[in-house]
Write a protein that binds this ligand. Structure first.
Ligand code: PBG
Ligand code: ZN
Length: 322
């Protein structure tokens, strides 16, 4: 036998030398749910270990994130009042804006990214303005611009639009450039599927639609070529980072983007992916640490440069003890 692949697997040190991919703390973004109000620290039942915080209780969470050297957080705001348009999203004194100011003031080195959408802020739970029982794409764009400018004025480092409106990247780029924020980058939820894996998040963020679903704006899970088309448009409109969401069931799409675009690729390890591992581990059916590390490593192997994950603190703890 000439070829024996087992020769390079014999000891841990030779395995280290030929290892192709590595998961590091540098890859991670940690999502945070911030609720308007005081003294809030609510466990999310379907996401063990993840809580909604108000700004007066969030410091110990942020202290931990910084101590673990996690580079960035992705913020989701949960307002105390909702309306038809989600007008709280562009209130300069809204929960998101207050959160950005609080974090940048008290944790200046932490990189702060805001999710730009409306579903937590609209009474109907959809990601934009409703006309004729559907989200009106073009009517929603000016509101996205208002929201982004308000986040920028609060001091955000990067914005991440997640609503899957056509033309949203172009709208945001122009809005930022025309108001003196040409250096704020955009991480686009470019290839976002209409997925059942978002279930626990919708409890966490109180963002489930009150009628219908998101299939007229989020992608059909059956489609692969369309993912390239979505990413092409966002690339052309100037998105700085292209994201695929969810991650684990869409590793083929992550690889497609890695092979076709000269932009950093991010993926979102979503709430349902997190919940499944936590639940099986709680039953003693899988080894939580190993399944978590293997899943996240598979995203790196697929081509992700950045992973948004509720496991960020858990992973950082594992990596630091190694
Ligand atoms: C909403 C939004 C969703 C997530 C991030 N932003 C859910 C949705 O589209 O309903 C999902 C995150 C997760 O499941 O962890 N624009
Ligand atoms: Zn939304």
């Amino acid at each position: 036998m000439i070829n024996r692949t087992r020769r390079l697997r014999k000891t841990e040190n030779i395995r280290r030398l030929v290892r192709e991919n590595k998961l590091t703390i540098d890859d991670l973004i940690y999502p945070l749910f911030i609720e308007e109000g005081i003294n809030i620290e609510t466990e999310i039942v379907s996401m063990p270990g993840i809580k909604r915080f108000s700004l007066d209780t969030i410091s110990k969470e942020l202290d931990e994130v910084v101590a673990l050297d996690i580079p960035a957080v992705l913020l989701f705001g949960i307002p105390s009042k909702k309306d038809e348009t989600g007008s709280e999203t562009w209130n300069d004194d809204g929960i998101m804006q207050k959160a950005v100011r609080f974090i940048k003031k008290n944790y200046p080195s932490l990189y702060v990214i805001t999710d730009v959408c409306f579903c937590e802020y609209t009474s109907h739970g959809h990601c934009g303005i409703i006309h004729d029982n559907d989200v009106d794409n073009d009517a929603t764009l000016p509101n996205i611009a208002k929201q982004v400018i308000s986040h920028a004025k609060a001091g955000v480092d990067m914005v991440a639009p997640s609503g899957m409106m056509d033309g949203m990247i172009d709208t945001i780029r122009q809005a930022l450039d025309n108001t003196g924020f040409p250096n704020i980058p955009i991480m686009s939820y470019a290839v976002k599927y209409s997925s059942a894996f978002y279930g626990p998040f919708r409890d966490a963020a109180d963002s489930a639609p009150t009628f219908g679903d998101r299939r007229t704006y989020q992608m059909d899970p059956a489609n692969r070529d369309e993912g390239l088309r979505e990413a092409t448009f966002d690339d052309q409109e100037g998105a700085d980072i292209l994201m695929v969401k969810p991650a684990l069931a869409y590793l083929d799409i992550i690889r497609d983007l890695k092979n076709n675009f000269d932009r950093p690729i991010a993926c979102y390890n979503v709430s349902g992916e997190y919940a499944m591992i936590k639940a099986a581990a709680a039953k003693g059916w899988i080894d939580e640490e190993r399944v978590m590390m293997e899943s996240l490593l598979s995203m790196k192997r697929a081509g992700a440069d950045i992973i948004i994950t509720y496991f960020a603190k858990d992973v950082a703890k594992v990596l630091l003890k190694k």
